[in-house]
Design a protein. Structure first.
Lengths: 170, 170, 170, 170, 170, 170, 170, 170
């Protein structure tokens, strides 16, 4: 079966952040595809990627970009598949504000599901949540992941107690 | 059949913005449920709403709130259903920045799919896009909607030409 | 002769601001064309507009949009003609910051000549300045315009003196 | 006697900042408890912590978190004990703005006493000030602390004079 | 008995916002005193107010001011009583950012418990929460207030249902 | 005697704000001159104004402008007389941030004494403070003004008491 | 033949960023001139540079500066040649906001074509685009550059595939 | 003769920035005094410093502070001597915004002459400019300093030319 989730980013320099989305999806046993597509340098490639996405079987596209980040919005312009946007704090970014606002503030008619600055891992989880609506196996793994996050906090609470901080709650 | 999309908001004063999500969904013939849930004033109600969402058959929750907007994130804390967050520019908001940042900047593990400030209509479209992954009827309506948006722009181009502006492109 | 300057905007609601560009160009006896092109709703139309611009004889494209404003940058992606971007403070904008940053912060390789928020008139002047590099008639009109601005300030100085404010400089 | 002040934080990574609150309280001979509670990962733990706080004898809760920081506000949702919020500039924060706004901008009915970014030490002092309203020993220590701060400034003034800067005031 | 809570503000123009603190306190049957004290125009009056606060029996001071708001911080400089700061969005304010930052960002040693922009009502509730630590009557009223807020939300949920929105949750 | 203080502004539309500087100076019996000088439209006029300022007897120049406000800084570039800059929140301004930053953030070597957004009255007072260093009559009036401000606050305190607010301090 | 493009900057410390403009122009076989001109320290030099630019044959001026950056706007005040402004994030800058706003927000009548923060390379490309309007050789090189950018993205896509990421699109 | 300029700062950690003011004044052969005064930790010391300033012969006070910086404004509250405020980007500052806004945005009646973030050197020059109004020796040195700045730029222009950059202007 072809990939269900496509991860695209504007430049190879976004890979350090964006590979987090792939890592998370693999935790839920979803193997995404991942490639480079630039809205400004390869608008033709972008159009083909977005237009073919549905027939290729993609259910979700995760798109990350920095600065005046047009990639997520322009992919969303060409498809009805949900697009998750990841604002990347690239070197040419103004503290990330440009990436955030140019992904988040999409006009009426063309939504992008925006996650936190550099939040590629959460983008991966969100994609899994969408797939899980019709895949009980992924749903189960997401429930387990939620449990595990809960456990990590409790483990941390123990660590902190072991450091000598008073704790009469636990 | 029970509702597939739940729309919740922190206070009745958010209704003017948030009903836009319902209006859009109805365009795609999805009848959402809509109610008031406050993270800060009714944390118990919030928990029950979020915990029961999946078994009640909800596929997507759209949550809107203003100021220090904790509603979308706290619902996402309790469920694996995708949560779409709508930052509302309420009267007690600082130009909307507080709503945006407290919905968007969710930590690792608990994503919220954030849309534009007051972007409830786009939240409705995004919810429809998620449902359309397994509903060809909604998918068809979304494609038609996209066509229609395209038509509106072309109609606007004609209007502007009729106002007397030169246009040798069309 | 076909138009030398094309003015495009994302929606008819931008016309109030963007017609300022046309008004200025007419002052320099340049009759621009003006139409509606949306990056998100009509990406195909955008591509054709940008791709054909050079062969149609356009020398400059002025593109205005609000919110996550992708129009100027996406036109620039498709052409080597200079693109002047006008951030529009539309109703769905966050005080204009989103429009400014998503037009200004273009990545390496694809510049957009950005002017002030709602600065469509200055976009018109800038377009005229570019045309004037090879058109002495426009150049003369720009020089006269500059003189006239100087005169207006001196006239204002007289008005203020006539209101009774002391002025021993003039 | 059980602890009078509870210090909680969203993750172990906040400890470096948040232990400052404990250090200050110990200066006033108040031994706080300190543990990890996450609004998003352990909403159940949060609820129990907040609900039991009063009966366990806590008088003040200091809660620190970064990013979309919901911990202080959600604790305040469950208790009438004063909650002091510490915005933490975590690695996933946008210069701290997200932490500040999502703690400070609480809606009507549920206040959080917010201190400066990374201001955990001041949170500790503020907690001591509240306890001091009914504890003359702590009040005395706070008065001494204030005197000491005054002394430190005067000491600094001497240091600077000794470096050779002119000072005819002291 | 003298007042337990003192409400001060920098100018009479802050009264519209700041009287909200008094209104809330009266709901909990605490009658505060309220007057005008300006850090910049009456530094002497400020000092006397702050220095005498404790001996006059005040337990909490609520201080509101706009622009470069020094009132809360300067009162805190002179007393060990908890000071709650209310950033007021006055006419000379830059969207409230100046008020917020000059109250919130207090240096080490002198905390101010800051609430939301124009959040005088929450300042009143916070003051009541502090008093309630040693006053079971106020504590009871705060619990009742919390219940009431919960009821209001549920009432809103009914209103919205009566407007015809689907709701199968309630 | 010629004027001691020159007030200049970039456009007649700044007069509503900037006349505040003149009004304040007249309270201290200093009659300023006031005129229009634009950095961008009349750079020649600006240069002459700044260059002649000292020989014409000006002691202080107050310069107000909005948007990318270059007037105060460019006057300061041409003279060693102190220049007070007033950021004006003009219609083309982004909430005043552009005016503030382009006046305040002057590089090494060319200071501008910046006052608050629209703070023309304070600019007038500051100019009077500078003149008062060598004019005991103005100094006396400034002391009286300070007293008067103190009185106004005390008067406000009485007004508020008369409205029925408890006040056992005064 | 004299230079067609003049690159100026406020201080030698801007050279690291601003030489990017020269590098890009050389790629298009345009040899620019480059020198230091300060609006605040050498207003006379600025005026002569700008006034002589047209007769010296310059077609475009690229001006870069940081902080309260008046250089681009003041050059534009003196000439009708297009001025491209480069906001430089200098050491005395507030995250670049001051440079951006004091270059971008030019008033009516005097446009500056602003590019991204530190976007000197894009300024070089934009200058080449303007020259290319009447120089088919530069136009050809710009088209080739655009192709090359497209190739680089496709090369990156291959690199990423070679790293082992799934990619069934290419 | 006693010092004419007093430099004060909130903490010894501000010295690295603030000594720049002293260095500049010494260039103009003005020997300032310099000491530590904290608005929040030593409000009494602040009051005495400000109140005695005039009788001690001070003509200007330069005050620097970071975070919620109340020092310049509170000194200005107590004296009619011009106060120059230096926003310091201290470690507890939010990118300097808090320092800037809490110094700049002073209310009606109490101006502070604010300079750029960390602009202590410019504060020194501004103080010298004020003294120069009645001291021709300082005035002469300021004129020479201005010339020298001009020379430095021209020297830089030569350096850059020597690096091999084309320059047919000089």
């Amino acid at each position: 079966m072809g990939p269900l989730v496509g991860i695209v980013m504007g430049s190879e320099s976004d890979l350090d952040v964006m590979k987090g989305a792939a890592e998370m999806l693999r935790q839920f046993e979803v193997e995404p595809e991942l490639t480079i597509v630039s809205a400004h340098r390869t608008p033709g490639r972008l159009k083909v990627y977005a237009k073919k996405a549905k027939e290729r079987g993609l259910k979700v596209i995760i798109a990350g970009a920095g600065g005046a980040a047009h990639l997520p919005g322009m992919i969303a312009a060409h498809t009805i598949i949900p697009v998750i946007g990841v604002p990347v704090k690239s070197s040419n970014s103004i503290d990330g504000w440009d990436s955030i606002l140019s992904i988040l503030q999409m006009p009426y008619g063309v939504p992008v599901a925006t996650v936190a600055l550099n939040g590629a891992k959460n983008a991966g989880i969100l994609a899994a949540q969408i797939l899980a609506l019709h895949d009980t196996s992924i749903a189960g793994k997401l429930e387990a992941f939620k449990e595990y996050q809960d456990d990590i906090v409790k483990e941390s609470a123990k660590n902190v107690k072991n450091m000598g901080f008073r704790n009469e709650f636990d």
